[in-house]
Design a protein around this ligand. Structure first.
Ligand code: KG4
Ligand code: ZN
Length: 354
């Protein structure tokens, strides 16, 4: 069992957490959403500066909340890929500096591996294999988890991520940023059958459709055309019905693909993560569909679905217990497939240590 302090700065949350194995000892998140809201989305340069301003305070708070000092920390982790380069650099540089100063191992963690580990925090008994549906502002992925570092990407989006689609449609409807929570709330008063919208499908060269890949750009365009048409016909847009119909289409598409993937791959457990996992309709539909096929589905609490450092620390603690550490020369990467995660480490055996 290892105790790790980890830093997450891949996008617009400055987060620091301390985790022992799968137990969260402190979990600090300083969100930048209010700052980026005025621009209608995340501005990378602004995000880096905010991380820099917030990080020291977040580290102090994480130690204080856990009532710990550096002596009790076995290793220091940081998200090193994928994400905004400048933002990642702030967290990784801080973690490396602390690792050098306190003579602790440093672990660079893949952001998606962190999201996979998030479910362990609320389900400490969960063991692979399982299917991870990761739906956030940057990802829509179906990942087969066979064990630590054993990930197979079974489905992905060909264009926008699910959260990105919520954000873009919210902007179209002038609902502000981030779009997911506002659409979710409005949709509760709307009719999900009011408008028929296309579920994105990816054609295969030999006919038929890709069973697990998603596409949301067609749906986004259909929403744009529908709004343009309605604006000509009416004085006021039926925002509730538009939100409910859009949300229903996204939820239906994700549930269909996730279920097909779990059943085809004979995976009995589904772990959902990322900000879109907060969506009430997705939760309802996926729970019902899983139940009717005798599958188990876990939605971690929202604080572990959206970006946080506890999930990064949990992955780092597991890696450390298995003898992994990253070289201090490790670089940050804006893109890195989760299947290449082993490249981030040198195991003790590789370093010539017992
Ligand atoms: O995981 P996350 O916090 O950050 C990324 O790694 O992207 O996800 C943020 C995304 C945003 O696109 C936001 O609109 C979406 O998650 N989101 C939601 C809901 N809450 C947040 N989407 C749909 N329904 C929600 N209730
Ligand atoms: Zn994320």
């Amino acid at each position: 069992m290892a105790t790790v302090l980890a830093v997450e700065t891949s996008c617009d949350e400055t987060a620091v957490a301390i985790v022992n194995d799968r137990n969260v000892l402190s979990n600090v998140v300083a969100s930048q959403i209010d700052i980026h809201r005025q621009y209608g989305g995340v501005v990378p340069e602004v995000a880096s500066r905010q991380h820099l301003a917030a990080i020291n305070n977040c580290i102090d708070r994480a130690l204080r909340e856990a009532k710990m000092d550096w002596q009790a920390i076995d290793g220091i982790g940081a998200t090193c890929a994928p994400g905004l380069m400048g933002a990642l650099l702030v967290g990784v540089t801080a973690a490396k500096a602390l690792a050098m100063l306190y003579d602790k191992p440093f672990l660079g963690i893949h952001h998606l591996e962190g999201h996979i580990y998030a479910t362990y925090l609320s389900e400490p008994e969960l063991q692979p294999p399982f299917l991870c549906l990761l739906v956030s502002g940057g990802h829509t992925s179906l990942i087969r988890v066979q064990g630590c570092g054993q990930y197979e990407m079974l489905g992905r989006t060909r264009d926008d991520a699910a959260g990105e689609a919520f954000d873009k449609v919210a902007r179209l409807l002038k609902l502000g940023y981030p779009g997911g929570p506002v659409i979710d709330k409005l949709a509760k008063q709307g009719n999900p059958q009011a408008f028929s919208l296309p579920e994105g499908r990816i054609s295969l060269p030999d006919g038929g459709y890709h069973p697990y890949d998603s596409s949301f750009s067609g749906l986004k365009t259909a929403m744009l055309r529908l709004v343009q048409k309605l604006e000509k016909e009416r004085d006021v847009l039926p925002l509730e019905d538009l939100a409910a119909s859009f949300q229903e289409t996204v939820a239906r598409s994700l549930v269909k693909k996730t279920l097909a993937c779990a059943l085809d791959c004979d995976l009995k457990t589904i772990a959902v993560g990322g900000g879109v996992a907060a969506n009430s309709r997705l939760r309802e539909c996926l729970k019902a569909a899983a139940q009717s096929h005798q599958l188990q589905v876990y939605f971690p609490p929202l604080k572990f679905c959206t970006d946080n450092a506890a999930m990064i620390a949990c992955a780092a603690a597991d890696r450390l217990s298995r003898g992994y550490a990253s070289p201090l020369s490790l670089k940050v990467e804006s893109q890195l497939a989760v299947t290449r995660v082993e490249e981030l480490y040198k195991r003790e055996v590789d370093r010539g240590l017992p």
